[in-house]
Design a protein around this ligand. Sequence first.
Ligand code: SAM
Length: 309
Amino acid sequence: MDVEFLGDTPPATASRSTDAEACVDPKPYRRGEKHPLNRLNELSGEEWLYFTRTVLTTAYPRELGHDVRKAHGANKPPRLMKLLIEFFTAAGGRVLDPFAGVGGTLIGAAISDPPRYCLGIELNPRWAEIYHQVIEEGAGIIPACPMTVGDCREEMRRLEDDSFDLIATDPPYNVQLERTMCNGRYPGHRNRQTDYNMVSASDLDLANAGGYEQYLDSMEEVFSECRRVLKANRYMVVIVRNCYQNGEYVYVNADLSRRAKRAGFVPKGEKIWYQAGTRLRPYGYPHSYVPNISHQHIIILQKPRQAMA
Ligand SMILES: C[S@@+](CC[C@H](N)C(=O)[O-])C[C@H]1O[C@@H](n2cnc3c(N)ncnc32)[C@H](O)[C@@H]1O
């Protein structure tokens, strides 16, 4: 029987065993050995299992052009992106990041083992320039990946159907308010300023959407294009930080997962990425509970083999 093992379907031989045995086929479980039926990635069983934990507590070093890239307040550690790319693609896999910023995903793809191709799309030319600067200053240490400047909703229309093995992205997290709960309110407390005000003036910037529902509508439009360009059975990982706006906690992760499902993806899980170094700010103190959000969600979705009704 020709079985394509992409992670959900246990190996054909496993159905005869108990659940415990089904999970542990001793031979391919060793480091460096890939299961012959594994078409998803290059990992051994041991590495595969380790990745499936739902909480990530890793602190990543400041490296790979970090000082230049940190001009973008939401830049992602290339090593985090490498981890995701190495799980969700095999050698030769093609990755797309429609909200590429200063290139965390592109650099993550370039340092993957072996390196993967990654196409980035970014609206703000300033962030694309910083990415190119990091690559030039790296003088060949980090292989270059292509970065297109434009609105991803427009740019993705030029891409072929079923042409990518993974979408790995970190979109704007919500509509950005001109004033946050702390802007200017506590002049003596610099640590009440938020780090996430990195928005361009462009109307095409999803963070400048007219309201939260409009932001979600635009994201659903992006997800529909992502589903079209992604190969069947392949994954999309979306990193998102929930927020607290106008006195309410907004579960952006849940809302985006629902919109991705409406666009034809199957929700598969999430990883909580705990950011241990988050600075604690006395937002509600001493009157009310206001969270210091010290985690991000990595939402994992899959394009089904057949279009869903
Ligand atoms: C959270 S940041 C991504 C950061 C990126 N992961 C990195 O490592 O630098 C989201 C990015 O989406 C971009 N963006 C917003 N609207 C966009 C659109 N319509 N098309 C393409 N990019 C857009 C923003 O300029 C911003 O850089």
